[in-house]
Write a protein that binds this ligand. Structure first.
Ligand code: KG4
Ligand code: ZN
Length: 389
């Protein structure tokens, strides 16, 4: 089944063509970084306008790169939430209109389910062939950490095979279920990276910038202590850590340095900023970001391992933009080796927002007969799965 996926929940306009939830024929992502970077965060109204500008060319480009005419698309999967409502509506209404005008089936996909499917999709398309594996290779049930700019959540993901494989080299149909184990009570982890980077005038998005700068700093320089949670130990909270960084900066020479950096950035070309940012940071700033990153990563890894213990599973999936973080990948890989766990990450391109993951998640719903009607609409908040505190 050739599925066109459409994703517009935040600040990336994305479309992809994926066959049988496994083989990526194309995946196009139009980033809005240049629109939002001067604000140090996503401005919802500007995001919607950018989606409006880009949705048609991005879908066309995805079909062109896949070598598939829009008529040959067999079904459409579109993100229905959670996300920025104005942004979501652009992709959703376009997907709905396309499905109606072409007479093709349509399905709505939860963005978080998409991030989970990014891991399964990567696993299946590791050598570029849809047929190379099955979702079982990614070892379900698994505890999944979805960690991005908008979300930090833990799920227990399980699947049951529905019927036999539809063809010899194709995976059997799966029915997935999700149990919520915990989530952030305030900021998402990626949001904390972005806000710390904004405070220190390091650039946007903050995650990749801090990831790069932290290599020059001492992660032991500042002891932020453990993040303590009352109640559910599998919940997260990053606003305290962010505020602890703020208190270390406000009214000190670090704040003056950040102001000078802000001015320098305004006059410097993008490549100059990229290559010379570490030279514009004192050792104290570099140590602070390295220590912040260490504290955030340690918390993410420890709670995810605790969830795997509690659920008695030996597979962990990590997905979402923050899954690109170098230290996070290192720490999870070390933990996996010492505890005999398997940890799966999507490649960076499938970790951040994309539409291939939406097409993949949508495929299983479509194959199971799920269809959305004209009443499909966007939801700013849309929980995934059952349970949870
Ligand atoms: O999944 P994503 O593209 O969009 C959301 O659903 O939010 O994630 C974007 C987030 C941003 O907060 C960005 O700073 C963070 O992922 N991020 C990283 C890294 N790369 C992206 N955070 C830490 N380290 C990275 N290397
Ligand atoms: Zn996302």
């Amino acid at each position: 089944m050739v599925v066109l996926g459409i994703e517009s929940s935040c600040d990336e306009t994305a479309a992809a063509v994926v066959v049988d939830g496994a083989k990526i024929l194309s995946s196009v992502v139009a980033s809005q970084v240049s629109t939002h970077e001067k604000y140090g965060g996503v401005v919802p109204e500007l995001a919607s306008r950018e989606h409006l500008r880009k949705i048609v060319p991005v879908v066309d480009e995805a079909c062109r790169r896949a070598g598939v005419g829009v008529q040959e698309v067999e079904a459409i999967a579109v993100t229905e939430g959670p996300g920025l409502i104005g942004s979501l509506l652009v992709g959703l209404v376009y997907g709905k209109a396309l499905a109606l005008s072409l007479g093709k089936p349509l399905v709505g996909v939860n963005h978080l389910e998409g991030h989970i499917h990014a891991v399964l999709l990567e696993n299946q398309s590791a050598d570029g062939l849809a047929s190379s594996g099955t979702v079982q290779e990614a070892q379900l049930p698994a505890v999944t950490l979805v960690v991005s700019g908008g979300h930090t959540s833990l799920f227990l993901v399980a699947a049951t095979a529905v019927g036999a494989p539809t063809a010899p080299r194709r995976p059997a149909l799966q029915s997935f279920n999700y149990r919520r184990l915990g989530q952030t009570r305030d900021d998402a982890a990626g949001e904390a990276f972005d806000k710390v980077a904004k405070l220190l005038a390091l650039g946007y998005p903050g995650g990749p910038v801090i990831d790069g700068l932290a290599r020059h700093g001492n992660p032991e320089a500042v002891d932020f202590g453990r993040i303590r949670m009352k109640g559910n130990p599998l919940d997260f909270s990053f606003s305290g850590l962010k505020t602890a960084v703020l208190y270390r900066v406000r009214g000190t020479s670090l704040a003056t340095e950040a102001e000078q950096r802000r001015e320098w950035r305004k006059g410097a070309a993008r490549e100059v900023v990229r290559d010379h940012l570490p030279d514009q940071c004192s050792q104290e700033t570099l140590d602070l970001v390295a220590s912040f990153q260490k504290a955030a990563v340690q918390d993410l890894v420890e709670r995810t391992l605790a969830a795997a213990d509690a659920c008695r599973v030996d597979s962990i999936f990590v997905s979402g933009g923050v899954a690109c973080n170098t230290l996070l990948r290192e720490r999870f890989t070390e933990a996996a080796q010492s505890r005999r766990l398997r940890v799966y990450f999507p490649s960076p391109a499938l970790s951040t927002d994309n539409a291939a993951m939406i097409a993949a998640a949508g495929y299983y719903k479509l194959a199971a007969g799920e269809r959305a009607g004209v009443s499909l609409t966007a939801h700013a908040s849309l929980p995934l799965g059952d349970g949870g505190p």
